[in-house]
Design a protein around this ligand. Structure first.
Ligand SMILES: C[S@@+](CC[C@H](N)C(=O)[O-])C[C@H]1O[C@@H](n2cnc3c(N)ncnc32)[C@H](O)[C@@H]1O
Length: 285
């Protein structure tokens, strides 16, 4: 069922942006040029050692699903891996391309396409990565299945998928409408402003495992004046541990590990992350 049919009439479900004044309603935030610009201001590198290590153990050819602005893809290219990144947002891909242009030795290719349904000219990838909850933008079970199927098709026999989900802890799921999380606040020295992001719960549909989140971005000058403010409402689909395992197995992956953190911590009841490593059969075409 689409979000529109489920009672969110203003949502553009496929690859689009719906603007109502300062409020953007979208199937995912990063299709908007202004929001894409803000993504890299929030620095996160905690998962990079894990992906570099997995790539080192698997082989040269790495496919990143929903690679965005190249946060993971560019360090992999810099480390000498042969990388292909796909993403649906031209704005995020433009940011990634600019970073790759500064790495003359990079063996990297970017492609604007939908992770639900993509076809590349190579099906011999050693490793596929889907980092920082990017899978949560797929709100429908059928989209999830199609995405995992497409990933499997592009891996060589014995190839590996590493996919990072949020662990939906009971407190997170139960957060009432209107509750807020002071997500991030930091000065961005090279841009000369402080960036704040506060996320609030617009609605939670327990039956569909979809939460509509409102992210409020503020760009604040050093004198305290607001330079810009952006609101975006977007759907987040959470996935439970065994649901993820079943999805992966149904797509044809053998689940080799579930980590509760990027240092390969064991997955426990209180882990906030849920990172799966799944392998395509070595004998499967
Ligand atoms: C939170 S960003 C993560 C980017 C990158 N993986 C990282 O770790 O920094 C999520 C990315 O998913 C992309 N995305 C969302 N829906 C997509 C879809 N259906 N197909 C391909 N990319 C999609 C967005 O454009 C965005 O770049």
């Amino acid at each position: 069922m689409s979000l529109a049919a489920a009672g969110y009439p203003d949502f553009v479900v496929h690859d689009g942006i719906n603007r109502t004044g300062a409020l953007v309603r979208a199937d995912q935030p990063w299709g908007d040029a202004q929001l894409a610009e803000l993504y890299d201001a929030f620095v996160f590198e905690g998962d990079l050692p894990l992906y570099l290590e997995l790539a080192g153990g698997q082989g040269q050819r790495v496919l990143e699903i929903a690679c965005g602005s190249g946060r993971v893809l560019v360090p992999l290219a810099r480390a000498g891996f042969d990388v292909v990144g796909i993403d649906i947002s031209p704005h995020m891909l433009a940011l990634a391309q600019a970073k790759l242009d500064a790495v003359p030795s990079a063996r990297a290719r970017l492609m604007q396409t939908d992770m639900r349904d993509f076809r590349l000219d190579r099906v011999d990838f050693d490793l596929a990565i889907c980092a920082v909850k990017s899978f949560a933008y797929l709100t429908e079970p059928d989209d999830q299945r199609r995405c995992l199927q497409a990933i499997l098709t592009h891996l060589r026999p014995g190839g590996v998928l590493a996919i990072d989900f949020m662990h939906p802890l009971p407190d997170w799921v139960a957060a009432p409408v209107g509750s807020m999380r002071d997500d991030l606040l930091q000065r961005v020295p090279d841009r000369g402003y402080t960036l704040s992001r506060v996320e609030s719960v617009v609605s939670t549909d327990l039956a569909r495992q979809v939460r509509i989140i409102r992210s409020a971005y503020e760009l604040i000058d050093d004198d305290g004046s607001i330079r810009a403010k952006h609101f975006v409402e977007w759907p987040y689909r959470w996935t439970y541990r065994f649901e993820a395992e079943h999805l992966l197995e149904r797509a044809g992956f053998r689940v080799e590990a579930v980590y509760g953190g990027y240092q390969r911590e064991p997955f426990t009841a209180t882990s906030t992350a849920m990172i799966f490593v799944g392998r395509k059969s070595a004998t499967r075409p």
